[in-house]
Design a protein around this ligand. Structure first.
Ligand code: HSE
Length: 305
């Protein structure tokens, strides 16, 4: 049996507008890499990144500890972490670490976990770092492609995205609060108007149809959220301008990536992504905010890298 396994897990975007906590998409923008080795005693985290190294405070450490307890693993475990996904920007950083950890543990100790169990353990790890449980980012990061998350019981449906779907992400240079996801979840309404539910449901259904029909324009044009985006956008300086500029430059749809503050534009291979990125940059600049822009594509997940 191997004594060491390395797994890379991708960044992801959650929600895709109307699919709050339900939709996720794996993106090849950034990757986390985790190597798990049977070594020494107990669980030890090794990293040169500025992240906690105490296992119970580290997303990957929490996943490894949970699995070691659940499967009564007696070996010492070294967890080497290389962060590539920026933390706190809505591109699935904690989810990538949790996903890489669960997939590496599954391989190294031959745990034989099925896809839903992998997602469940990764979700528990992410909960430890962001404070709330939602499986959209971890499901995308573990399984890759576009995912639909159903809960009670957890059941994830994966759809292969169209090859001509291209995304532009603008990551603003902002100081994000320590508990950013918790803060941005606290503004989401508990009760919504039926008309808003209908609007989001129709667009969410159209996004699923877009992925099934491999139609990137239908996907982009359905990225419309009347429930969460309106209450979160004030946390992103310049959001309205970034969105308007990207749409004017040819994007099919624009929304907040996950809990923000990154903004994501949905485009196709034939769109002018450089123009769209420049337009998003100008949008942020109108609120005196710099941003990094990335052109990326949907990608495979940690299990099949
Ligand atoms: N669905 C979650 C949210 C994703 O929007 O709060 C967090 O990355």
């Amino acid at each position: 049996m191997a004594s060491s396994v390395t797994v890379r897990a991708p960044s992801s975007t959650a929600n895709l507008g109307p699919g709050f906590d339900v939709f996720g998409l794996a993106l090849d923008a950034f990757f986390d890499e985790i190597t798990i080795t049977k070594k020494g005693k107990g669980i030890r985290i090794i990293t040169s990144d500025s992240i906690p190294v105490v296992p119970k405070k580290n997303t990957a450490g929490v996943v490894v500890t949970e699995l070691a307890n659940k499967f009564k693993i007696k070996d010492g475990i070294e967890v080497k972490i290389k962060k590539g996904v920026p933390a706190g920007f809505g591109v699935g950083s904690s989810a990538a670490s949790a996903s890489a950890a669960v997939v590496a543990m599954n391989r190294l100790f031959q745990l034989d976990l099925d896809n839903n169990s992998l997602v469940k353990f990764a979700g528990a790890g992410e909960k430890a770092s962001v404070g709330s449980i939602h499986y959209d980012n971890v499901a995308a990061s573990v399984l890759g492609g576009f995912v639909i998350v159903r809960t009670n019981p957890l059941d994830v449906i994966r759809i292969e995205p169209p090859s001509d779907l291209v995304l532009c992400i603008a990551i603003p240079d902002l100081k994000v609060p320590a508990k950013k996801t918790e803060v941005s979840r606290s503004v989401v309404p508990k009760i919504i108007k039926l008309a808003d539910g209908i609007a989001n449901l129709s667009n969410a259904a159209a996004i699923v149809a877009g992925f099934m029909k491999k139609d990137p324009i239908l996907i982009g044009k359905s990225v419309k959220d009347v429930i969460v985006e309106p209450v979160r956008q004030h946390m992103i300086p310049g959001f309205k301008q970034v969105k308007e500029n990207a749409l004017d430059a040819g994007a099919n749809g624009v929304t907040i990536s996950g809990a923000g503050p990154s903004v994501i534009a949905f485009t196709t291979k034939s769109s002018n992504q450089k123009k769209i990125c420049a337009a998003m940059k100008r949008g942020f600049a109108s609120s005196n905010t710099n941003c990094q822009t990335i052109i990326c594509r949907p990608c495979k997940g940690a299990i099949d890298l």
